[in-house]
Design a protein around this ligand. Sequence first.
Ligand code: C2O
Ligand code: CU
Ligand code: CU
Length: 558
Amino acid sequence: MSERDDDRPGRARGATRRKVLGIGGALGLTAATGLSTAAALARHPPFTGDELRSAAPLPPAFQVPLPLPSALAPISTSGGIDRYEITQREAAVEILPGVRTPMWTYGGTFPGPTIESRRGRPVTVRHHNELPVPTVVHLHGGHTPASADGYPTDLVLPEGWPDPARTGRAGHGMSGHGMSGHGMSGHGASGMQGMRDPRAVVTRLTRDYTFPLDQRPALLWYHDHRMDFTAPAIWRGLAGMHIVRDDAEDSLGLPAGRRELPLMIADRVFTAAGALDYPALDPTLRGRPGVRDAYLAGVLGDVILVNGAPWPVHEVDAARYRLRVLNASNARHYELEAVTDNGRRLDLVQVGADQGLLAAPVAHRLLPIAPAERYDVVIDFAGVPVGGRVRVVNRLGSGRTRDVMAFRVAREATDESRVPRVLSRDLPAWRRSDAARVRELSFRAGRMHGGHGWLIDGRPFDPARTDVTVPLGDVEVWRLVADVHHPVHLHLVGFRVLSRGGRPPLPHDAGLKDTVSLRPGESAEIITRFDGYRGRYLFHCHNAEHEDMGMMANLEVV
Ligand code: C2O
Ligand code: CU
Ligand code: CU
């Protein structure tokens, strides 16, 4: 591990005499190079990725009703623990009207069923893997012991998958054919290291994940996290929502019941036959990881789904609604606005971030949301005439990807909900002077085993290497530097955004986050305390293609 004295001007007092740590070599140099490339990239389009085109006929916007994923019923609730069971299996799901799309699902639906839980009340989910490949479940945003956090090599093997103990291959049993070729060629080598991960805990057919959920109420989501194959697995349907609630939040008076809508936004592409299209090098997702060269920066779809429906519409009362928005897209960014028929933009009053309630509401007209981020917003339809429509549009989209969904105001209604001026008083308020150390980490494109890679501090992911070691309970400041868009996510902990580009954070950076959207050429500082559990965790870019192509690193809490 390299380190250097931090002698830059402008460093906050608390950290002046501390070291700035990175994980690779030649740290300062890496970061500086990142910044200069960045200046050029800053004028580039707001996407990192390329769009695939659907061959299937697509429905008109705002016709399909918005589905609301059903809440999963517990198998038992005894002993202070709620137990659930989910079978991961292939299913034909109706996404486009009248078309059956083969998907990989949690329990037969997309999104998977929603898990409703209470703060501090543990939940155990028994997952059965009936898919043709190994899987592993991660609860994104969960404050979870490492053994249940879904480390990418902690695989659940399906029926008939070779025994890793005998073959030495935990994750890539079918890769008898060579991993050579161009583009992602070398990445197989990183997969090979994964197979030899001595700490992997591999099970067959099933695994219980226990989540203590001793954390702030928030919208979390669960998704697949298999090494090298997370992006195509999520794309095929392995994603669902998980809501944590508590009494304090319930008593605020925010819109609730049918006026609270979880919205999972994700883009997809459909073949003429109605199957999902994805540019995987190995469409079986059994052997060789990676995508075709044109999509190395990320895969974008031309169909925008909300809760699994294309450009849906939802009937609402002329009242306040709480929208719990999750961007579950692999690589697509959105800048959402809510526009009435006559062009008026409604306020999106943010009440919560990735990790729960803000201290106080923040009103937005335009809400940027990067992959894996969640925004909890209240929108008031009271001023919209009955019969009127409010479209949610993505300012970053073009053509049909500009539309996201619509609300049709169906009736007048009484509204007893409110948005209190104070939402929560338990937000951690770490100061720079609390930080035991400052780390600098670059997120940049680079070469990986002879092919293209996405690297953290110049290195691709390797499960056998510890990148960052943090003593349990320490507060740290991380300065994250990007070349292009990278939504950076930390497992285990929520953090606050301290600065962006050397300036105060943006309005939508408020609250406690677990994913921060680094814009092209930007450096942002985050601060957090690493508390709760020791063990091996991750941080990574949540552009899912970047993640699969190396942009992930190990965080060891000791
Ligand atoms: Cu959404 Cu490593 O996770
Ligand atoms: Cu996560
Ligand atoms: Cu990235």
